[in-house]
Every structure is written in structure tokens, then in C-alpha cells.
Design a protein around this ligand. Structure first.
Ligand code: SF4
Length: 237
């Protein structure tokens, strides 16, 4: 199965709480009037200029192990080493908000509209995560329709550049998935173009397979420890 998923921009409008949280404004705290106006303007620009789209492709464990090995630059031990072996179903994915939004951010910054440009950058990053959530949910639905999901199934995504998976892993991921078909290309630096794109693997399996300690050597440099929230989200009712 390989599928391109057309997504309505109205389905990926990011939550203002998440956008403000990323800027250090805690939930429940009212932003200043200036921030509020900037956020509203940036949201309007996001709705006008983003073109969300995703691609997913199912992949077997042996095939993924080749992709994951990448250029041989991963950390010696990583969470995915163990998780993949216990997975039931895997799919590579790539998602993007499209090129026009990035161009709009660049245009604002070049015109010295830093506040609005920066706010639009935050909104776009949050929107990109929403699109990846939709791709993840789509894979879950596909598996569910085929009876390959049980109440104890947990589904999470993992991306090159994080948690010991070297960013150069993008090369093999792109060779397998071919996200060029939805307008995403890979730069020499292994960054994606458009910049607000996300790629990786979606892993479905027993919820417990996603549990690991955040005690790998590279975890000491991690600013977010976001794996804790992601694991916890699997067990929320
Ligand atoms: S602590 Fe950070 S680097 Fe370590 S596994 Fe969690 S998210 Fe990844």
C-alpha cells in the first residue's frame, strides 16, 4: 500500500494553546493584545497559504531495517532498535504544509516584519505536526478496516534526526517512499524542502513496545524529553 492523502487546511488548523506554549506562554495565561493580534493574523495567513498533503507507504520490518540503517551513522543503541523488532505494522510517511507558506514567511522576514514572520513560523510548525497526526490517524484507520488493530494497539511516529536516528537516514527513507510525488525534495544537508515537512516511520504494535527509559547517552543533550509525553499519551483514556 502506498497512498497520497489530500488534506483540507481546515482539518489542520493548529491549536493556539500549542502555538503559545511553544513560545513559552503557559496554558491558561492570557497573551498580550499584541500577541493575540499577531496570532490571529498568522492563523489567517496559514489558512490562505498552506497546502497540506501527506504520503504513506507500508513497509515490512526487514525493509525498514535497511532504511533505518541508512548511511550507518545512527547512535550505537537507540529506542527504535527494540521497538521495530516487536512492531506489528509499519509505514513510512512524509507530510508538508507546501512551499507557498515558507515563501510567505521568507517574504515577511525580508520586509522586516519579524514579529508576524516569526509567529507564522510557529503556526506553520504546529500545523505541520497536525498534518503528521492526520497521516498517523489515516494509517490507524487503514489497519483498523483490515482488522489489524486491537484495543491494546498503540501507534506512534519516529523521525530521522531524533532519538539516535541520524538525519542522514532521510536518504534511504526518500529512496523507498519517494515523497517527491507530493512536492517534498531532500537537500544535500538532508533537510527537506519545503522546510515545514515531516517524515519518518509510523509504528503500530502493542502499546508496551513503545515504552523505554530516556537514559540513552544522547538523552542528556535533549531539551524536551518529549518521548515521555508521547508514551504517556498512549495510555490516556
Ligand atoms: S529524552 Fe529526548 S532524545 Fe532521549 S529518547 Fe526521549 S525524546 Fe529522544
Amino acid at each position: 500500500m502506498r497512498e497520497i492523502i489530500e488534506i483540507s487546511v481546515n482539518d489542520v488548523k493548529p491549536d493556539s494553546v500549542d502555538i503559545l506554549k511553544a513560545q513559552g506562554i503557559s496554558p491558561g495565561k492570557k497573551p498580550s493584545l499584541k500577541v493575540d493580534i499577531l496570532l490571529k493574523s498568522a492563523m489567517e495567513l496559514f489558512l490562505e497559504f498552506s497546502h497540506p498533503i501527506a504520503i504513506i507507504s507500508e513497509i515490512s520490518i526487514p525493509e525498514f531495517e535497511v532504511v533505518y540503517c541508512g548511511e550507518g551513522l545512527n547512535e550505537r543503541e537507540t529506542p527504535l532498535d527494540g521497538i521495530v523488532k516487536k512492531a506489528d505494522n509499519l509505514a513510512l510517511f512524509a507530510t508538508t504544509v507546501g512551499d507557498e507558506l515558507g515563501q510567505k514567511i521568507d517574504e515577511l522576514l525580508k520586509k522586516n516584519e519579524f514579529a508576524l514572520g516569526t509567529m507564522l513560523d510557529f503556526v506553520s510548525s504546529a500545523g505541520a505536526e497536525e498534518i503528521a497526526d492526520i497521516a498517523e490517524g489515516h494509517f490507524y484507520e487503514l489497519l483498523s478496516k483490515k482488522g489489524r488493530i486491537s484495543p491494546s494497539t498503540g501507534i506512534l511516529r519516529y523521525c530521522p534526526g531524533y532519538c539516535g536516528w541520524h538525519v542522514s537516514g532521510q536518504k534511504k527513507l526518500f529512496e523507498f517512499l519517494r515523497p517527491e510525488d507530493i512536492g517534498i525534495t531532500l537537500l544535500y544537508s538532508f533537510l527537506m524542502k519545503p522546510l515545514k515537512s515531516i517524515s519518518g516511520v509510523i509504528i503500530a504494535g502493542e502499546k508496551d513496545i513503545h515504552i523505554f527509559e530516556d537514559s540513552y547517552p544522547f538523552c542528556s543533550k535533549c531539551k524536551t524529553h518529549s518521548c515521555r509525553d508521547r508514551i504517556n499519551s498512549l495510555f490516556k483514556e
